[in-house]
Design a protein around this ligand. Structure first.
Ligand code: FMN
Length: 384
């Protein structure tokens, strides 16, 4: 198969990855109601087709966090991405650079920031969780700044990791011999992945946290570190502290409520990512695209509004912009493409999305990203 859509990449990733890793990416919290709604709510939006408008010059270029982009899409931070393909974050960052879109490196990525910067010649956006050890946070901020990062994506929706039952079933979240055996069986069924990642992708440590969690293959040590270090006591006061520490752009990721969006603006953040963490945290929370319009009405003119969750095509990018986002982050689709075909896969995915966004703009009769607005959508009242 020549993969065309996100669903195609997903299928190829499923064939390649050990079951526990595929499900780690795929899964959401609880009964995965929010996860499903993220995608379904996009599909439910109807676009207005316009004809005989001059669309001979359509341009998908935009700016995100002050950075020029070929289209208003950034790769979302995804922990353990380097377990999906050999030096996974580097391959994806290279693809993002070539496509002209930002790449976000997760706190819990496999490749360290210095490796990504050396491979691409460009600093990515850096994502951070608040750790109990504020000295460690300070050190990570200093390293990010020294590495050239100027955009910090600070994730606020993970005071504790959500309950992702697939990880329990597959032994990903468990310790002990039985879980290890279960995972080993899944690994043995994926020889291509073992060759590429386990043997070819070393060292598999948590690049940015190598001092805290030396062995990235030890998922139990990783989990123990998360349990001990993620700080559920974080409040807006800590965001004030963070704002004082970080002179670059600060985006707060994981906001779904208007009041929280207002507080984010008041905290001095430069932007907000409307997000439910890809349906991985509070199950039955609203789909991100459903939460977006009210937040756009409340703070859209005062802050840079991004969203993520369920974006699966260039058409979805258009819909998010029409509902008030300046841009979107994409999570699982880039991981699927990476797992299936590495850098070339991510490159192909982004090329297809840019083409699709351009075509959607063309058929909707709009030639500039900044001109996409709610008038391009059929309202619920108009629908038969
Ligand atoms: C496997 C996986 C790992 C993730 N790891 C992180 C992370 O380390 N930091 C973070 O802020 N968000 C993380 N996220 C959330 C993504 O950044 C993003 O919000 C989400 O994937 C968007 O939804 P989508 O997958 O439907 O595009 C992760 C998501 C997935 C699927």
């Amino acid at each position: 198969m020549y993969p065309a859509t996100a669903a195609d990449w997903r299928l190829l990733a499923q064939r390649r990855l050990p079951r526990f890793l595929f499900d780690y990416v795929e899964g959401g919290a609880g009964d995965e109601v929010t996860l499903a709604a993220n995608v379904a709510d996009f599909a439910d939006i109807r676009l207005r087709q316009r004809v005989l408008v001059d669309v001979s010059d359509v341009d998908t270029r935009s700016q995100l966090a002050g950075q020029a982009c070929a289209m208003p899409v950034a790769l979302a931070p995804v922990g353990l991405a380097g377990l999906m393909a050999r030096r996974g974050e580097v391959q994806a960052a290279r693809a993002a650079l070539a496509a002209g879109v930002p790449f976000t490196l997760s706190t819990v990525g496999i490749c360290p920031l210095v490796e990504v910067v050396a491979a691409t010649g460009q600093a990515p956006w850096f994502q951070l969780y608040m750790l109990r050890d504020r000295g460690a946070v300070r050190a990570l901020l200093d390293a990010a700044w020294a590495g050239g990062c100027r955009t910090l994506v600070f994730t606020v929706d993970l005071p504790l990791p959500g309950m992702r039952w697939r990880d329990v079933r597959n032994g990903m979240a468990a310790s002990g011999a039985r879980a290890a055996l279960l995972r080993a069986r899944q690994v043995l069924a994926s020889p291509g992945w073992v060759r590429e990642v386990v043997i070819g992708g070393r060292p598999l440590s948590f690049g940015n946290l190598h001092q805290q969690v030396p062995d990235g293959r030890d998922l139990n040590a990783f989990k123990a570190w998360i349990d001990a270090q993620f700080d559920p006591g974080v409040t807006w006061r800590d965001i004030d502290w963070l704002r004082g520490q970080w002179p670059g752009k600060l985006l707060l990721k994981g906001i779904l409520e208007v009041d929280d969006a207002r507080a984010a603006v008041a905290s001095g953040a430069d932007g907000i990512v409307v997000s439910n963490h890809g349906g991985r945290q509070l199950d039955t929370a609203p789909a991100s695209i459903a939460a977006l319009p009210a937040i756009a009405r409340a703070v859209g003119s005062q802050t840079e509004l991004l969203m993520d969750g369920g974006v699966r095509s260039g058409v979805d990018v258009f819909k998010a912009l029409a509902l008030g986002a300046r841009g979107v982050l994409v999570g699982r689709p880039w991981i699927w493409a990476l797992a299936a075909q590495g850098q070339a896969g991510v490159t192909q995915l982004l090329a297809h999305w840019q083409r699709e966004l351009l075509l959607t703009m063309t058929l909707a009769g709009v030639t500039r990203i900044a001109d996409i607005n709610p008038s391009h959508l059929i309202t619920p009242q108009e629908r038969p």
